[in-house]
Write a protein that binds this ligand. Structure first.
Ligand code: ADP
Ligand code: AIR
Ligand code: ASP
Length: 283
């Protein structure tokens, strides 16, 4: 009896192992066969890979399934996250481009691949906040949920080793990473992006709480909004839910161990698609 139970247990374990190995190879096979033709890997980050293409000023960006938080102290993979983030980012870059915002986005290729203009990233993270939460409430006595109008705009130094520190105006000037003229331009674009995204999300019953933007400079010296705009880089709350945990549709689900990350990101995509198709039907 004991032996047959032991055998059953071993078979069960072996089967589980085979399924895991099969799944791993299928995913890798899928990733490789779905990849568009690309050149050398230029950079691999926490959430994306950047590849060269035949054209010197164009890159291919692959969105990975990895999620990290607290400067990569926490790390996990979520099947489907890369595709959803690529699709959301593409939609939002298209929307912003149509409204006249200069962006690096060229097109969505397949699945989790996007074509963009190659830029030199300015190592600054521009964070715009409409509602107080996250690091703002950890670092100041401002209460969770306080409405911030006009929105609060801060620059952080993009450096994982230093923990992306918040910069004062004086430190920003001292670092000399951006000219005064370009800084004003970046601030103006970021606030314009906030207005555009806030009203777009509102139509989808979503609240844009805060977000992070990155900017780069192309070969002609033009400042372009770059990187990604997705639930990895924005806080988004569902207006159809009142519970303060249930309403979270962004990376805070991972940061705060709430579960349901891919479902939440999928809901954001569904709502965005809903508003976009309504807008197209009206025009
Ligand atoms: P991280 O570097 O923070 O780990 P990612 O995993 O998102 O971030 O890696 C993508 C990297 O590519 C980021 O450092 C980002 O600044 C950079 N990047 C984004 N868009 C472009 C672009 N169009 N050209 C060159 N680099 C880019
Ligand atoms: N952010 C900042 N660094 C990386 C990211 N993704 C984004 C967060 C949040 C906003 O910037 O996702 O939307 C503010 O983050 P925090 O942690 O400063 O409150
Ligand atoms: N993106 C940063 C990290 O991966 C910070 C964060 O999103 O919490 O650690």
């Amino acid at each position: 009896m004991k032996n047959s139970y032991g055998l059953q247990w071993n078979l069960h374990q072996a089967l589980k192992c085979a399924i895991l190995i099969g799944d791993f190879f299928l995913n890798h096979f899928y990733r490789i066969t779905m990849a568009p033709k690309h050149g050398q890997l230029i950079y691999e980050g926490k959430a994306k890979r950047i590849f060269e293409t035949d054209l010197e000023d164009v890159v291919l960006i692959e969105f990975k399934n990895d999620a990290t938080a607290f400067n990569a102290v926490k790390h996990e993979e979520f099947e489907g996250k890369g595709r959803v983030n690529c699709e959301i980012s593409s939609h939002l870059f298209e929307l912003l481009g149509e409204a006249g915002i200069p962006t690096h986005y060229l097109s969505r290729v397949t699945d989790c691949w996007m074509r963009s203009k190659r830029v030199k990233i300015i190592p600054l993270e521009v964070v715009v906040r409409n509602i107080a939460t996250g690091s703002l409430c950890r670092q100041t006595p401002i209460e969770q949920g306080t409405k911030l109008f006009p929105p609060l705009l801060d620059f952080y130094f993009k450096d994982d080793g230093l923990g992306d520190p918040l910069l004062s105006e004086a430190r920003l000037e001292k670092l000399g990473l951006i000219s005064e003229k370009n800084q004003l331009n970046v601030e103006e674009i970021s606030l314009h992006v906030n207005d555009l995204l806030k009203s777009f999300f509102k139509k989808a019953d979503l609240t844009l709480v805060d977000f992070k933007l990155e900017f780069g400079v192309d070969g002609n010296g033009q400042i372009l909004l770059s990187d990604e705009i997705s639930p990895d880089t924005c806080r988004i709350w569902d207006q159809r839910k009142s519970d303060d945990k249930d309403r979270i549709l962004d990376k805070d689900r991972f940061r705060n161990d709430l579960g349901g990350l891919v479902d939440a990101y999928g809901e954001v995509l569904k709502r965005i698609q809903g508003v976009s198709s309504k807008q197209h039907n009206c025009s």
